[in-house]
Design a binder for this molecule. Structure first.
Ligand SMILES: [Zn+2]
Ligand SMILES: [Zn+2]
Length: 418
């Protein structure tokens, strides 16, 4: 090392001399006190240089265990090896280490800072995490530290002598179509047993035998080598409604995947061929965690196809006029059928467009485009006066949706519509 890398002023050496006199200290901790002095050196190298300079002035150090860290830095390699063993069989590019210090070391570090406030001190945690990371990198031979979104996050708990590993979820955006009525979007725990398993649910713990979530996730779980997946949808259709047309945006979250470099083309084929006539996916691509909130919180416009039955015959002209008159503002009090899980309040939503195809005197097909959150069944039936106006109230005739399909879900900002 040259003087250019580390200029040891008299002030530095004087402080260092006081530190050495306090008791045995390791090169790492000695170097940390002057971490912002010079460049291109590790703390250990810096500490060694300071020690040599002091030795040549006749100042020696007591030998023994470092009074600041208790010899923590000697265990860097061990911790890195343990972390490497835990990463066995997991695909990753990036990592991050954190550490929970023991009370003894926290106290030593606090004292060190208070007694020798050099102004150039690197905190022990920071230095330790970096050193373990460097050792880990050299062991695994790839991977870089990522402070924001590491694939692997390790927390070293010194008191418990334990490492916790968290593997970052993998997120895949796509759109799904659901061709069959009666399938919920996500797993529903059994109403009777709450998911534990009982006779009513055939000990599956589920209210419905399958869900869009499970049908899509199945091949992904196998390919990624993990147990858990969540489907985050841009809203959800009723269980008895199909999801057709362009499909509904979703993000599939794979929890703690062992494989990250999934072949989305093959997986799409697997979903679409094994689940034919139930569910299909399209537009699959990898996204970041942020897309979950984007997809869930964006109020997308939705287009529905509804078959409507009328309680009395209505002539075509009157029906067309009634449907057109609905375009505009709709006041919708929380529908009775969802009142048990949604706050009871009046929402104002717009019906953007409406088209009619008459099937018979008492039956018609409607194509309705509305703002996110507009309840279509109630727009037709009136829900005992809770939705106004409604098709039933305008006609003065009972009206109800007998079949409902969602045919488009779109909003600016979805990853495929930016
Ligand atoms: Zn030390
Ligand atoms: Zn049950």
């Amino acid at each position: 090392m040259t003087d250019e890398k580390l200029l040891l002023t008299d002030a530095i050496l004087e402080t260092a001399e006081n530190i050495l006199r306090a008791g045995p200290i390791c090169d790492e901790c000695l170097g940390r006190a002057f971490a912002k002095v010079g460049y291109g050196l590790s703390n250990a190298e810096r500490g060694r240089a300071v020690r040599i300079a002091l030795n040549s002035r006749g100042v020696g150090a007591k030998s023994g265990t470092c009074w600041v860290c208790g010899g923590l830095f000697e265990s860097v390699r061990d911790w890195a090896e343990r972390a490497q063993a835990m990463s066995e069989g997991i695909e990753f590019d990036s990592y991050l280490f954190g550490v929970k210090l023991s009370a003894r070391i926290r106290q030593g570090e606090k004292l060190y800072l208070e007694r020798y406030p050099t102004g150039t001190h690197e905190p022990l945690k920071h230095a330790f995490n970096r050193e373990v990371g460097k050792a880990f990198e050299s062991l695994v031979g790839h991977a870089t530290v990522d402070l924001e979104r590491p694939h692997l996050s390790y927390v070293i708990d010194l008191s418990a002598d334990r490492i916790e590993l968290k593997v970052r979820s993998l997120y895949i955006y796509g759109r799904y179509q659901k061709f069959l009525r009666g399938i919920p979007q996500t797993r529903w725990p059994c109403r009777k047993c709450g998911g534990v398993g009982c006779e009513a649910c055939n000990f599956t713990g589920k209210q419905y035998p399958e869900s869009v979530e499970e049908l899509i996730a199945a091949p992904f779980l196998v390919a990624a080598g993990c147990d858990t997946a969540y489907l985050h949808g841009a809203g959800r259709e009723d269980i008895d409604a199909r999801m057709l047309g362009s499909g509904r945006p979703f993000v599939l979250e794979l929890v703690a995947p062992h494989v990250r470099s999934l072949d989305l083309v093959t997986l799409k084929e697997q979903v679409n061929t094994t689940q034919t006539r139930k569910v299909e996916v399209s537009d699959l691509h990898f996204v970041s965690h942020d897309t979950v909130a984007l997809v869930k919180e964006t109020h997308a416009e939705k287009t529905y196809h509804a078959v409507v039955s009328l309680s009395l015959p209505v002539d075509e002209k009157r029906l067309r006029a009634a449907v057109s008159s609905l375009i505009g503002q709709i006041n919708q009090r929380t529908p009775q059928r969802v009142a048990h899980r949604r706050a009871d309040l009046v929402r104002i939503r717009r019906l953007i467009d409406a088209q009619v195809k008459v099937l018979s005197e008492q039956e018609a097909e409607l194509v309705l485009r509305g703002e996110g959150g507009l309840y279509i069944k109630e727009l037709v039936s009136g829900d005992d006066g809770r939705t106004t106006p409604s098709l039933a109230s305008v006609l003065g005739v009972g009206a109800r949706v007998s079949e409902l399909d969602v045919i488009d879900v779109s909003a600016k900002g979805f990853p495929d519509l930016v």
